[in-house]
Design a protein around this ligand. Structure first.
Ligand SMILES: [Zn+2]
Length: 155
């Protein structure tokens, strides 16, 4: 075999190897895509099953609210609902919103009317603590009134 023949031969072999490599590469890409699709399908079906379980659970809970065997679960749900309400209230407060007194939707504090139901927005009554503070300031302003009174007699 001459040098050129040897070169041709090895070039052909190299070509074969490259071709095989490309083939197996495209096959593994195809396989990966198939695997990914199958996994997606399985995951979708599993999610579907879980959704059905949730619906069964809700129906059962509604039909058996006093079931002692599930009391612990019901307590967890109740506690979490209460916590969610508290967190929502905090969130609304941070957003400078209040709940509409009529429909319960969050409304901007400075809005005049609710976007949802059109009810007049009324800011909640001040909590007890602030009311006590107001009482104090009222007493102070009473003193001021007296001072003012004496001023007026002078003037
Ligand atoms: Zn409203």
């Amino acid at each position: 075999m001459g040098f050129l023949d040897k070169l041709k031969d090895s070039a052909a072999k190299l070509g074969d190897t490259v071709e095989k490599g490309v083939k197996s590469g495209s096959e593994s890409i195809k396989k990966a895509a198939e695997k990914s699709n199958l996994k997606k399908e399985i995951s979708t079906l599993e999610t579907g099953i879980n959704d059905v379980y949730v619906q069964i659970g809700k129906k059962f809970a509604e039909a058996n609210p006093d079931n002692a065997e599930y009391a612990e679960f019901y307590t967890t749900i109740k506690d979490n609902l209460a916590k969610i309400e508290t967190l929502k209230a905090q969130l609304i407060n941070l957003e400078d919103k209040i709940n509409c007194t009529v429909c319960g939707e969050p409304v901007a504090k400075d809005a005049k009317f609710c976007d949802k139901c059109g009810a007049k927005v009324e800011l909640p009554v001040a909590p007890v603590e602030e009311a006590a503070a107001e009482g104090e300031s009222a007493a102070i302003s009473e003193g001021a009134d007296i001072a003012e009174g004496s001023d007026s007699t002078e003037g």
